[in-house]
Design a protein around this ligand. Structure first.
Ligand SMILES: Nc1ncnc2[nH]cnc12
Ligand SMILES: [Zn+2]
Length: 322
């Protein structure tokens, strides 16, 4: 049983956390036909590409600052309700721009949601601005420039998400240089849809502190040793990996092998309702499907706090709450 454990999440896409019932209400409010993407209370997709399309379409029904405040508050309230003390939300100012809301209002709504949730439960949250590979390298540079110039203390990291099969990490070095120079923490989606080469690419081109997923590093044991030696933290999302068929089942999922090889691993939910999961379920899977003891799970949560993109005072306070 893990319900009593304190929890931390480093990898959750904000729009990917949108509860289907809320999305349905939003679609009705704006008169958007979302029946192709949302049916019988579940999001509809059949592979990684159609998942990304579904994600982008769902995002389109969140249109105002208040919509984003509500979405953020709703998700953080859910996390706080399962004893989560810290959450990093992956956000995409490009989505704000695409719906005509604009990046500033998009971020401002999200920050209001964080403020409301923190006031109720004390949950801490930070934002990881992401560029989306499938929006092209120029847009990724734009996202990095936005994050760097925002001067928003809640924006503490930069990520690269989206279609991993589009381009190589080296094509995005400029964006990461901008983010690094601004003092942002760096993480990259790699080794999810693409194999070990993609994780090696991320280390060679950028050397981020963390990697989103990274689980297909298991295909190259020298690379696994490199990750362990560097202390790179993996944001592992087992439920997402199984839903997207990165691995056929939990028995073949490499979370335990990576941990036992000395790689620093953490657990997150990625896009919970899209993958029929939740952070609560991911912690239960860690105990059930992967057989970790509560002490081992607490150690992963501690690793997540150690790797969180926060100032040292906040890190100390979070460690004290564990
Ligand atoms: N699992 C995932 N991989 C890459 N990009 C994403 N955007 C939302 N979820 C994602
Ligand atoms: Zn992700």
């Amino acid at each position: 049983m893990t319900s009593h454990l304190k929890k931390v999440e480093l990898h959750c896409h904000l729009e990917g956390a949108a509860p289907p019932a809320l999305t349905d209400a939003q679609a009705r409010k704006y008169g958007v036909d979302i029946s192709g993407e949302l049916r019988d209370g579940a999001y509809v997709w059949h592979d990684f590409a159609s998942f990304l399309e579904c994600y982008d379409k769902v995002s389109e029904v969140y249109r105002t600052e208040e919509d984003y405040a509500l979405l953020t508050e709703t998700y953080l309230d859910e996390l706080a309700g399962i004893n989560t003390i810290y959450s990093e939300l992956i956000v995409s100012p490009d989505h704000g721009k695409r719906i005509g809301l604009g990046a500033d209002a998009y971020i401002s709504g999200i920050c209001e949601g964080i403020r409301r949730a923190r006031e109720k439960s004390g949950i801490e949250a930070r934002l990881i601005v992401t560029g989306e590979r499938h929006f092209g390298p120029e847009s990724v540079i734009g996202a990095a420039e936005y994050a760097a110039k925002a001067g928003n203390p809640l924006i503490t990291g930069f990520n690269l998400a989206g279609e991993e099969r589009m381009g190589r990490v080296a094509d995005y070095i400029r964006a990461f240089d901008i983010a690094r120079d601004a003092g942002l923490g760096l993480t990259i989606h790699a080794g999810e849809v693409c194999g070990a080469f993609s994780v090696a690419d991320a280390l060679d081109a950028v050397r981020p502190q963390r990697i989103g997923h990274g689980v297909r590093a298991i295909e190259d044991l020298d690379l696994v040793k490199r990750l362990a030696d560097l202390g790179t933290v993996l944001e592992v999302c087992p439920g997402s990996n199984i839903a997207l068929k990165v691995f056929p089942d939990f028995v073949s999922h490499p979370l335990r092998r990576l941990k036992e090889s000395g790689v620093r691993v953490t657990i997150s939910s990625d896009d919970p309702p899209f993958f029929h999961t939740s952070l609560a379920r991911e912690y239960e899977l860690a105990a059930g499907a992967f057989g970790f003891s509560n002490t081992e799970i607490d150690a992963m949560t501690r690793t997540a706090i150690e790797a969180a993109f926060v100032d040292e005072d906040t890190r100390k306070a979070l460690l004290a709450r564990l």
